[in-house]
Design a protein around this ligand. Structure first.
Ligand code: ADP
Length: 371
Protein backbone atom coordinates (compact mmCIF):
# COMPACT_ATOMS: atom_id res chain seq x y z
CA UNK A 1 0.00 0.00 0.00
CA UNK A 2 1.21 3.49 -0.78
CA UNK A 3 0.68 6.09 1.90
CA UNK A 4 -0.49 9.35 0.40
CA UNK A 5 0.66 12.31 2.39
CA UNK A 6 -0.93 15.74 1.95
CA UNK A 7 2.12 16.95 0.00
CA UNK A 8 1.47 14.28 -2.63
CA UNK A 9 -1.73 16.04 -3.72
CA UNK A 10 -2.00 16.19 -7.48
CA UNK A 11 -1.20 19.60 -8.89
CA UNK A 12 -4.56 19.74 -10.67
CA UNK A 13 -6.21 19.92 -7.26
CA UNK A 14 -4.51 23.21 -6.62
CA UNK A 15 -6.20 26.46 -7.61
CA UNK A 16 -4.41 28.70 -10.16
CA UNK A 17 -1.92 31.14 -8.70
CA UNK A 18 -1.88 29.55 -5.29
CA UNK A 19 1.57 28.96 -3.75
CA UNK A 20 1.68 25.49 -5.31
CA UNK A 21 1.36 26.33 -9.00
CA UNK A 22 3.97 27.84 -11.23
CA UNK A 23 3.45 31.38 -12.48
CA UNK A 24 2.14 31.35 -16.04
CA UNK A 25 4.67 30.58 -18.75
CA UNK A 26 7.43 29.52 -16.35
CA UNK A 27 7.02 25.82 -17.13
CA UNK A 28 7.55 26.43 -20.86
CA UNK A 29 10.61 28.57 -20.18
CA UNK A 30 12.10 25.95 -17.86
CA UNK A 31 11.50 23.24 -20.44
CA UNK A 32 13.83 24.93 -22.93
CA UNK A 33 16.61 25.83 -20.49
CA UNK A 34 19.74 23.67 -20.81
CA UNK A 35 20.51 23.93 -17.07
CA UNK A 36 19.13 21.82 -14.25
CA UNK A 37 16.11 23.75 -13.00
CA UNK A 38 14.21 23.33 -9.74
CA UNK A 39 11.27 25.33 -8.43
CA UNK A 40 10.63 25.19 -4.67
CA UNK A 41 7.39 26.22 -3.00
CA UNK A 42 7.35 28.28 0.19
CA UNK A 43 7.74 25.10 2.29
CA UNK A 44 10.87 24.03 0.37
CA UNK A 45 9.04 21.26 -1.46
CA UNK A 46 10.03 20.70 -5.07
CA UNK A 47 7.21 21.86 -7.35
CA UNK A 48 9.05 21.19 -10.54
CA UNK A 49 12.42 19.70 -11.40
CA UNK A 50 13.98 19.14 -14.79
CA UNK A 51 15.08 15.61 -15.60
CA UNK A 52 18.72 16.80 -15.48
CA UNK A 53 18.23 17.94 -11.85
CA UNK A 54 16.95 14.48 -10.95
CA UNK A 55 19.66 12.69 -12.96
CA UNK A 56 22.38 14.63 -11.12
CA UNK A 57 20.81 13.66 -7.77
CA UNK A 58 19.92 17.26 -6.87
CA UNK A 59 16.30 16.27 -6.34
CA UNK A 60 14.77 13.13 -4.89
CA UNK A 61 10.96 12.89 -4.73
CA UNK A 62 9.96 16.42 -3.75
CA UNK A 63 13.12 17.16 -1.77
CA UNK A 64 16.08 19.27 -2.78
CA UNK A 65 18.98 17.08 -1.73
CA UNK A 66 21.81 19.62 -1.31
CA UNK A 67 21.59 21.26 2.12
CA UNK A 68 23.81 24.11 0.95
CA UNK A 69 21.42 24.87 -1.89
CA UNK A 70 18.41 24.71 0.38
CA UNK A 71 20.00 27.24 2.74
CA UNK A 72 20.64 29.54 -0.23
CA UNK A 73 17.01 29.19 -1.38
CA UNK A 74 15.77 30.14 2.10
CA UNK A 75 17.98 33.25 2.15
CA UNK A 76 16.64 34.26 -1.27
CA UNK A 77 13.04 33.73 -0.12
CA UNK A 78 13.69 35.87 2.98
CA UNK A 79 15.22 38.91 1.33
CA UNK A 80 14.20 38.53 -2.34
CA UNK A 81 17.79 38.95 -3.58
CA UNK A 82 19.17 36.85 -6.44
CA UNK A 83 22.22 34.84 -5.36
CA UNK A 84 24.97 32.99 -7.22
CA UNK A 85 27.28 30.35 -5.89
CA UNK A 86 29.34 27.30 -6.80
CA UNK A 87 29.11 23.98 -5.02
CA UNK A 88 29.89 20.32 -5.38
CA UNK A 89 27.54 17.35 -5.17
CA UNK A 90 29.06 13.97 -4.35
CA UNK A 91 28.38 11.28 -6.98
CA UNK A 92 25.06 9.77 -5.94
CA UNK A 93 25.73 6.49 -7.69
CA UNK A 94 28.60 4.11 -7.05
CA UNK A 95 31.69 5.06 -9.00
CA UNK A 96 30.24 8.39 -10.07
CA UNK A 97 32.49 11.43 -9.71
CA UNK A 98 31.44 14.54 -7.79
CA UNK A 99 29.76 17.20 -9.92
CA UNK A 100 30.56 20.89 -9.60
CA UNK A 101 27.63 23.23 -10.18
CA UNK A 102 27.39 26.97 -10.72
CA UNK A 103 24.01 27.93 -9.28
CA UNK A 104 21.77 30.94 -9.57
CA UNK A 105 18.88 31.19 -7.13
CA UNK A 106 16.09 33.72 -7.64
CA UNK A 107 12.66 34.48 -6.16
CA UNK A 108 9.77 33.46 -8.42
CA UNK A 109 6.35 35.13 -8.25
CA UNK A 110 4.80 36.37 -5.03
CA UNK A 111 4.02 33.11 -3.23
CA UNK A 112 7.43 32.40 -1.73
CA UNK A 113 8.50 30.22 -4.63
CA UNK A 114 12.19 30.05 -5.47
CA UNK A 115 13.87 29.11 -8.74
CA UNK A 116 17.18 27.26 -8.62
CA UNK A 117 19.21 27.00 -11.83
CA UNK A 118 22.28 24.76 -11.67
CA UNK A 119 24.87 24.52 -14.43
CA UNK A 120 27.21 21.52 -14.52
CA UNK A 121 30.75 22.94 -14.41
CA UNK A 122 32.66 19.66 -14.29
CA UNK A 123 33.70 19.71 -17.93
CA UNK A 124 34.68 23.40 -17.79
CA UNK A 125 36.78 22.69 -14.66
CA UNK A 126 38.43 19.72 -16.36
CA UNK A 127 39.27 21.78 -19.46
CA UNK A 128 40.66 24.55 -17.24
CA UNK A 129 42.83 22.05 -15.36
CA UNK A 130 44.12 20.57 -18.65
CA UNK A 131 44.88 24.08 -19.93
CA UNK A 132 46.70 25.02 -16.73
CA UNK A 133 48.76 21.82 -16.93
CA UNK A 134 49.51 22.50 -20.56
CA UNK A 135 50.71 26.05 -19.90
CA UNK A 136 52.88 24.80 -17.02
CA UNK A 137 54.33 22.09 -19.29
CA UNK A 138 55.00 24.49 -22.14
CA UNK A 139 56.74 26.93 -19.79
CA UNK A 140 58.88 24.11 -18.46
CA UNK A 141 59.74 22.87 -21.96
CA UNK A 142 60.65 26.37 -23.11
CA UNK A 143 62.73 27.09 -20.04
CA UNK A 144 65.22 24.29 -20.74
CA UNK A 145 66.49 25.44 -24.17
CA UNK A 146 66.21 29.12 -23.25
CA UNK A 147 68.27 28.51 -20.08
CA UNK A 148 70.82 26.54 -22.10
CA UNK A 149 71.08 29.33 -24.69
CA UNK A 150 71.69 31.94 -22.05
CA UNK A 151 74.40 29.82 -20.38
CA UNK A 152 76.07 29.12 -23.72
CA UNK A 153 76.06 32.83 -24.60
CA UNK A 154 77.83 33.59 -21.29
CA UNK A 155 80.33 30.82 -21.90
CA UNK A 156 81.11 32.16 -25.37
CA UNK A 157 81.66 35.60 -23.91
CA UNK A 158 84.14 34.17 -21.39
CA UNK A 159 85.89 32.12 -24.07
CA UNK A 160 86.12 34.97 -26.57
CA UNK A 161 89.88 34.43 -26.91
CA UNK A 162 89.55 30.73 -27.68
CA UNK A 163 88.22 30.24 -31.24
CA UNK A 164 87.93 26.44 -30.89
CA UNK A 165 85.72 26.74 -27.80
CA UNK A 166 83.67 29.51 -29.44
CA UNK A 167 82.99 27.28 -32.45
CA UNK A 168 82.00 24.37 -30.22
CA UNK A 169 79.64 26.41 -28.06
CA UNK A 170 78.17 28.20 -31.06
CA UNK A 171 77.31 24.76 -32.48
CA UNK A 172 75.52 23.87 -29.26
CA UNK A 173 73.67 27.15 -29.37
CA UNK A 174 72.45 26.26 -32.85
CA UNK A 175 71.29 22.89 -31.54
CA UNK A 176 69.29 24.50 -28.69
CA UNK A 177 67.84 27.12 -31.04
CA UNK A 178 66.71 24.30 -33.37
CA UNK A 179 65.00 22.58 -30.42
CA UNK A 180 63.17 25.78 -29.64
CA UNK A 181 62.09 26.11 -33.25
CA UNK A 182 60.72 22.53 -33.36
CA UNK A 183 58.83 23.09 -30.13
CA UNK A 184 57.29 26.35 -31.32
CA UNK A 185 56.41 24.78 -34.69
CA UNK A 186 54.74 21.80 -33.00
CA UNK A 187 52.86 24.10 -30.62
CA UNK A 188 51.55 26.13 -33.55
CA UNK A 189 50.48 22.98 -35.44
CA UNK A 190 48.80 21.56 -32.35
CA UNK A 191 46.92 24.75 -31.51
CA UNK A 192 45.74 25.00 -35.13
CA UNK A 193 44.25 21.53 -35.26
CA UNK A 194 42.98 20.99 -31.76
CA UNK A 195 40.90 24.15 -31.80
CA UNK A 196 38.24 22.06 -33.53
CA UNK A 197 38.50 24.28 -36.57
CA UNK A 198 37.60 22.70 -39.89
CA UNK A 199 40.45 21.21 -41.90
CA UNK A 200 42.05 24.10 -43.85
CA UNK A 201 41.80 22.80 -47.40
CA UNK A 202 40.00 19.48 -47.51
CA UNK A 203 39.97 17.52 -50.73
CA UNK A 204 40.99 14.31 -52.43
CA UNK A 205 44.49 13.36 -51.26
CA UNK A 206 46.48 10.64 -53.04
CA UNK A 207 47.97 8.49 -50.27
CA UNK A 208 51.03 7.60 -52.39
CA UNK A 209 52.02 11.27 -52.51
CA UNK A 210 51.60 11.70 -48.75
CA UNK A 211 53.76 8.62 -48.11
CA UNK A 212 56.39 9.72 -50.62
CA UNK A 213 56.58 13.25 -49.21
CA UNK A 214 56.72 12.10 -45.56
CA UNK A 215 59.47 9.59 -46.33
CA UNK A 216 61.36 12.26 -48.24
CA UNK A 217 61.36 14.58 -45.23
CA UNK A 218 62.67 11.84 -42.91
CA UNK A 219 65.37 10.49 -45.21
CA UNK A 220 68.30 12.45 -43.81
CA UNK A 221 67.68 11.35 -40.22
CA UNK A 222 67.13 7.74 -41.33
CA UNK A 223 70.27 7.73 -43.47
CA UNK A 224 72.33 8.99 -40.50
CA UNK A 225 71.37 5.77 -38.67
CA UNK A 226 71.49 3.61 -41.78
CA UNK A 227 67.80 2.90 -41.36
CA UNK A 228 66.00 1.92 -44.56
CA UNK A 229 62.61 3.50 -45.16
CA UNK A 230 60.41 1.27 -47.31
CA UNK A 231 57.05 2.16 -48.85
CA UNK A 232 54.69 -0.66 -49.63
CA UNK A 233 51.11 -1.89 -49.70
CA UNK A 234 48.41 -0.86 -52.14
CA UNK A 235 49.09 2.00 -54.51
CA UNK A 236 46.52 4.43 -55.89
CA UNK A 237 44.46 4.84 -52.71
CA UNK A 238 42.89 8.20 -51.92
CA UNK A 239 41.66 9.73 -48.69
CA UNK A 240 39.65 12.81 -47.86
CA UNK A 241 41.55 15.55 -46.08
CA UNK A 242 44.35 18.08 -46.07
CA UNK A 243 47.59 16.88 -47.67
CA UNK A 244 49.92 19.07 -45.61
CA UNK A 245 48.41 17.94 -42.28
CA UNK A 246 48.50 14.30 -43.37
CA UNK A 247 52.16 14.59 -44.36
CA UNK A 248 52.89 16.17 -40.95
CA UNK A 249 51.16 13.29 -39.12
CA UNK A 250 52.88 10.58 -41.15
CA UNK A 251 56.24 12.32 -40.89
CA UNK A 252 55.88 12.40 -37.08
CA UNK A 253 55.24 8.64 -37.05
CA UNK A 254 58.21 7.93 -39.32
CA UNK A 255 60.41 10.34 -37.32
CA UNK A 256 59.55 8.42 -34.14
CA UNK A 257 60.12 5.05 -35.82
CA UNK A 258 63.62 6.24 -36.77
CA UNK A 259 64.31 7.90 -33.40
CA UNK A 260 63.33 4.85 -31.34
CA UNK A 261 65.00 2.19 -33.51
CA UNK A 262 68.57 0.92 -33.43
CA UNK A 263 70.87 1.50 -36.37
CA UNK A 264 70.62 -0.54 -39.56
CA UNK A 265 66.96 -1.53 -39.14
CA UNK A 266 63.94 -1.11 -41.43
CA UNK A 267 60.89 1.10 -41.19
CA UNK A 268 57.98 0.06 -43.41
CA UNK A 269 55.25 2.51 -44.40
CA UNK A 270 52.32 0.69 -45.88
CA UNK A 271 48.84 1.60 -47.15
CA UNK A 272 45.86 -0.72 -47.58
CA UNK A 273 42.14 -0.36 -48.27
CA UNK A 274 39.82 -1.38 -45.41
CA UNK A 275 36.22 -0.75 -46.44
CA UNK A 276 35.34 2.86 -45.79
CA UNK A 277 38.80 3.72 -44.57
CA UNK A 278 42.37 3.61 -45.78
CA UNK A 279 44.90 2.30 -43.29
CA UNK A 280 48.38 3.74 -43.39
CA UNK A 281 50.76 2.01 -41.02
CA UNK A 282 54.33 2.68 -39.93
CA UNK A 283 56.17 -0.35 -38.54
CA UNK A 284 59.59 -0.32 -36.96
CA UNK A 285 61.97 -2.84 -35.40
CA UNK A 286 62.73 -0.51 -32.53
CA UNK A 287 62.72 -0.49 -28.74
CA UNK A 288 58.94 -0.77 -28.46
CA UNK A 289 56.71 0.78 -25.83
CA UNK A 290 55.92 -0.72 -22.41
CA UNK A 291 52.30 -1.84 -22.17
CA UNK A 292 51.72 0.40 -19.16
CA UNK A 293 52.55 3.49 -21.27
CA UNK A 294 50.58 2.60 -24.39
CA UNK A 295 47.45 4.43 -23.24
CA UNK A 296 49.33 7.62 -22.49
CA UNK A 297 51.66 8.08 -25.44
CA UNK A 298 49.18 10.29 -27.33
CA UNK A 299 49.03 12.76 -24.44
CA UNK A 300 50.84 16.05 -24.91
CA UNK A 301 54.37 15.94 -23.48
CA UNK A 302 54.12 12.32 -22.35
CA UNK A 303 57.37 10.46 -22.93
CA UNK A 304 58.35 6.96 -21.90
CA UNK A 305 61.93 8.10 -21.42
CA UNK A 306 62.26 11.90 -21.25
CA UNK A 307 66.06 11.91 -21.58
CA UNK A 308 65.97 9.70 -24.67
CA UNK A 309 63.21 11.78 -26.26
CA UNK A 310 65.18 15.01 -25.75
CA UNK A 311 68.38 13.42 -27.00
CA UNK A 312 66.62 12.63 -30.29
CA UNK A 313 65.24 16.17 -30.57
CA UNK A 314 61.71 15.12 -29.57
CA UNK A 315 59.25 17.74 -28.40
CA UNK A 316 56.82 15.31 -26.75
CA UNK A 317 54.08 16.65 -29.02
CA UNK A 318 54.51 14.45 -32.11
CA UNK A 319 51.91 11.81 -31.27
CA UNK A 320 49.44 14.37 -29.87
CA UNK A 321 49.62 16.06 -33.28
CA UNK A 322 49.10 12.71 -35.04
CA UNK A 323 46.03 11.98 -32.90
CA UNK A 324 44.49 15.40 -33.52
CA UNK A 325 45.14 15.25 -37.25
CA UNK A 326 43.45 11.82 -37.37
CA UNK A 327 40.46 13.05 -35.35
CA UNK A 328 40.15 16.24 -37.42
CA UNK A 329 39.86 13.98 -40.48
CA UNK A 330 37.15 11.84 -38.88
CA UNK A 331 39.70 9.05 -38.46
CA UNK A 332 41.78 7.57 -35.67
CA UNK A 333 45.24 6.28 -34.84
CA UNK A 334 46.00 2.93 -33.24
CA UNK A 335 49.19 1.45 -31.87
CA UNK A 336 50.58 -2.02 -31.44
CA UNK A 337 53.89 -2.44 -29.70
CA UNK A 338 56.07 -4.99 -28.01
CA UNK A 339 59.10 -4.00 -25.98
CA UNK A 340 62.29 -5.08 -27.66
CA UNK A 341 60.50 -6.06 -30.90
CA UNK A 342 59.07 -2.90 -32.38
CA UNK A 343 55.95 -0.84 -32.88
CA UNK A 344 53.28 -0.35 -35.52
CA UNK A 345 51.23 2.83 -35.64
CA UNK A 346 48.18 2.75 -37.91
CA UNK A 347 46.34 5.80 -39.19
CA UNK A 348 42.76 5.00 -40.26
CA UNK A 349 41.46 7.72 -42.54
CA UNK A 350 38.11 8.05 -44.31
CA UNK A 351 38.49 7.06 -47.93
CA UNK A 352 37.71 9.68 -50.55
CA UNK A 353 34.28 8.96 -51.99
CA UNK A 354 33.27 6.74 -49.05
CA UNK A 355 34.94 3.49 -50.15
CA UNK A 356 38.63 2.71 -50.34
CA UNK A 357 39.48 1.78 -53.90
CA UNK A 358 42.78 1.86 -55.69
CA UNK A 359 42.73 4.21 -58.65
CA UNK A 360 45.63 3.75 -61.04
CA UNK A 361 46.95 7.19 -61.76
CA UNK A 362 49.33 8.25 -64.47
CA UNK A 363 50.43 11.19 -62.34
CA UNK A 364 51.07 9.22 -59.15
CA UNK A 365 54.65 9.07 -58.03
CA UNK A 366 56.03 5.53 -58.06
CA UNK A 367 56.82 4.21 -54.62
CA UNK A 368 60.21 2.79 -54.10
CA UNK A 369 62.53 1.81 -51.32
CA UNK A 370 64.16 4.98 -50.11
CA UNK A 371 67.50 5.25 -48.44
P1 ADP B 1 58.64 12.65 -28.69
O1 ADP B 1 58.91 13.99 -29.26
O2 ADP B 1 59.14 12.48 -27.29
O3 ADP B 1 59.03 11.53 -29.61
P2 ADP B 1 55.91 11.84 -29.25
O4 ADP B 1 54.62 12.45 -28.83
O5 ADP B 1 56.18 11.73 -30.69
O6 ADP B 1 57.04 12.64 -28.49
O7 ADP B 1 56.00 10.38 -28.61
C1 ADP B 1 55.71 10.23 -27.23
C2 ADP B 1 56.55 9.10 -26.65
O8 ADP B 1 56.09 7.84 -27.17
C3 ADP B 1 58.03 9.17 -27.00
O9 ADP B 1 58.73 9.98 -26.11
C4 ADP B 1 58.43 7.69 -26.90
O10 ADP B 1 58.70 7.38 -25.56
C5 ADP B 1 57.18 6.96 -27.34
N1 ADP B 1 57.22 6.54 -28.77
C6 ADP B 1 56.63 7.15 -29.81
N2 ADP B 1 56.83 6.47 -30.96
C7 ADP B 1 57.59 5.40 -30.64
C8 ADP B 1 58.16 4.31 -31.39
N3 ADP B 1 57.95 4.18 -32.71
N4 ADP B 1 58.87 3.39 -30.70
C9 ADP B 1 59.07 3.48 -29.37
N5 ADP B 1 58.57 4.49 -28.59
C10 ADP B 1 57.84 5.44 -29.22
Amino acid sequence: MVAVRPRDRRRTDIPENSDSTLPQGVASVLAVLPSSAVVLDRDDRVLRASSAARAFGLVKGDHLMAAELLALARQVRRDGEIRESEFEVAGHKFGMEATTFAVRVAPLGSHGQVLVLAEDQTERRRVEAVRRDFVANVSHELKTPVGALSLLAETIQDAAEDPVAVTRFAGRMQHEAARLTYLVQDLITLSRIQGGEPIPTPGCVPVDEVVHEAIDRCNTKAAAKEIVLVAGGTEGLRVWGDDELLVTALRNLIDNAVAYSPESTRVVVSARPAGEVVEVSVSDQGIGIPESSLERIFERFFRVDAARSRATGGTGLGLAIVKHVAVAHGGEVAVWSKEGSGSTFTLRLPAFGGTAIAVPSTTSIPLEAAK
